[in-house]
Design a protein around this ligand. Structure first.
Ligand code: SF4
Length: 498
């Protein structure tokens, strides 16, 4: 195939993903009730990405793109950037090793290089360096595919990544997958997940050879394969993606019966892409967190795969199996107040669990909010599903990981418990003396067993109350006296307040 033909084929699915601000009307700043945000999304689906005048510790979408692709077992990654942009790779390495160990796959390091752009390259161009880094990655790792992630620097100087990667593909004989994820392009870092999935669908996924009615794609992180025992009860297998998958497995995800995920924020872009390009249905249900959403998830799988009767039997027997333990946990937790923070849709999952456990939901803080989703299905609107399940949420904030705001919100609400899925932020709640449940592995909170597991872990967190109070008494808040006096956590919100 000539280079020109390859250019044409590569462009069949556009080179770049459209950023979430433009595609989904994502926003980064909001404070009100859950119902206000729902109303706003209906009236203003195009949204408007209001931000703060400064960010304390928000992420970059290039980092988020590198996370999933660095975890693909037999691929390599070249970050076409100054070396500092690769600073998260150490953490991603730890996640990869943990994911492999969890799932009894031989442990290895990620295979990643930086093209190490310098000031000179920013003047003279970095294409030669990228070509050299691709050859070096091929020599060192013998990968089945190489991903190239872009950066602010490579975007500003306008290196022709498409040309370099197509040339390298020709020379090395393996897929070279450019991921266009310049950090400055999107203020919503989850755009980076979409960019990574876009590259995978565009360059690696092949048309289906057959349809597998017994396999379901599950988009997730480097976590335990905790959905498998439940799916096995209805004769199905989960294909966990894309962390710890192989290039060959990715090539055939178009053959699955359906695509699900552990969270809409993470999985709905690729689910919609697979549906549109290859007819793999996206599950039209919330993900399986809390008993009711697990029922709905199983019923949707049953409907798609013709297992409706079996699913109903499994729902009855599973609910019966966990009932005694669940009741015992509920009795101990009933009436305690909870506040959740984390990625937008996974926060909704934690609230579904909290509701099932009898906790009283007093608020949440999502890191961003998508006004729409890529597939226009009512059943996947996670905020709507949450409000239907738990009722209105009195204090609903959108705030992209800003501890200075979070502390004010928590001081105002004073919940009995905080639930979080992101490392580092739970310490903020602990410093305020609030017992905190850190979800970490999102998969093990799923399904019926996940409700009981979560309840027991929350009980453990609550038992640490005196320890947490002691820690709080000995910790200092770093913010200025001026900020401590301000009433409004969103004082620095930029643009028109939504
Ligand atoms: S924002 Fe730009 S410069 Fe910073 S880490 Fe991301 S890609 Fe690199």
């Amino acid at each position: 195939m000539t280079l020109e033909q390859k250019h044409h084929e590569s462009a069949t699915v556009g080179q770049e993903v459209i950023i979430r601000e433009r595609r989904l009307g994502a926003l980064l700043t909001f404070q009100g009730k859950g119902s206000d945000l729902m109303k706003l999304a209906k009236e203003n689906p195009e949204g408007c990405c209001h931000d703060n005048y400064f960010n304390q510790c928000g992420d970059c979408s290039s980092q988020r793109a590198m996370l999933p692709i660095s975890q693909i077992r037999d691929a390599a990654l070249v970050n076409h950037a100054p070396i500092g942009c690769a600073s998260d790779l150490g953490q991603f390495n730890a996640q990869h090793r943990r994911g492999l160990r969890y799932n009894a796959i031989p442990v290895q390091n990620i295979r990643a290089l930086s093209s190490n752009l310098t000031e000179k390259d920013l003047i003279m161009g970095g294409e030669n360096k990228l070509a050299a880094a691709l050859e070096e990655a091929y020599r060192r790792f013998a990968p089945k595919a190489i991903f190239v992630t872009t950066s602010c620097a490579s975007g500003i100087i306008g290196d022709d990544i498409e040309e370099v990667t197509l040339n390298a593909e020709e020379k090395l004989g393996i897929p070279i997958v450019p991921i266009y994820c310049e950090g400055f392009k999107s203020m919503v870092w989850t755009t980076g997940f979409d960019a990574a999935y876009h590259g995978i669908v565009r360059k690696l996924v092949k048309p289906p050879r057959e349809r597998r009615n017994d396999i379901i794609n599950i988009m997730n992180f480097s976590n335990q394969h905790a959905f498998s025992p439940l799916l096995a009860k209805i004769g199905m297998e989960a294909r966990y993606l894309v962390h710890q998958a192989s290039v060959e497995e990715l090539a055939h995800i178009s053959e699955a019966a359906a695509t699900g995920h552990m969270c809409e924020t993470l999985g709905t872009y690729i689910a919609a892409s697979l549906e549109k390009l290859y007819g793999v249905p996206e599950l039209k249900s919330p993900p399986p967190y809390g008993s009711l959403w697990t029922d709905l998830w199983l019923r949707e799988i049953g409907k798609i795969t013709g297992r409706e009767k079996l699913v109903e039997k499994v729902i009855v027997s599973e609910r019966k199996r966990i009932a005694p333990e669940l009741e015992a946990v509920r009795k101990k937790l009933e009436g305690r107040t909870v506040f959740a923070f984390g990625g937008a849709s996974f926060c909704h999952n934690m609230l579904a669990l909290a509701h099932d456990l009898g906790l009283k939901i007093v608020g949440m803080m999502g890191f961003h909010h998508d006004m729409t989703f890529d597939n226009d299905y009512e059943e996947i609107i996670s905020l709507k599903n949450t409000l239907t399940l738990v009722g209105n949420i009195g204090s609903y904030s959108v705030c992209n990981k800003q501890p200075y705001q979070m502390i004010k919100i928590l001081q105002d609400i004073k919940p009995d418990l905080v639930m979080s899925r992101h490392e580092s932020l739970p310490t903020q709640a602990v410093k305020l003396g609030i017992p905190t449940f850190f979800a970490a592995d999102a998969n093990i909170l799923g399904g019926y067993d996940g409700v009981v597991t979560t309840g027991k872990r929350i009980l453990g967190a609550i038992k640490s109350r005196n320890f947490v109070k002691n820690l709080s008494a000995h910790s200092r808040e770093p913010h200025s006296a001026w900020w401590k006096k301000q009433k409004d956590p969103f004082y620095f919100a930029k643009g028109k307040r939504l």
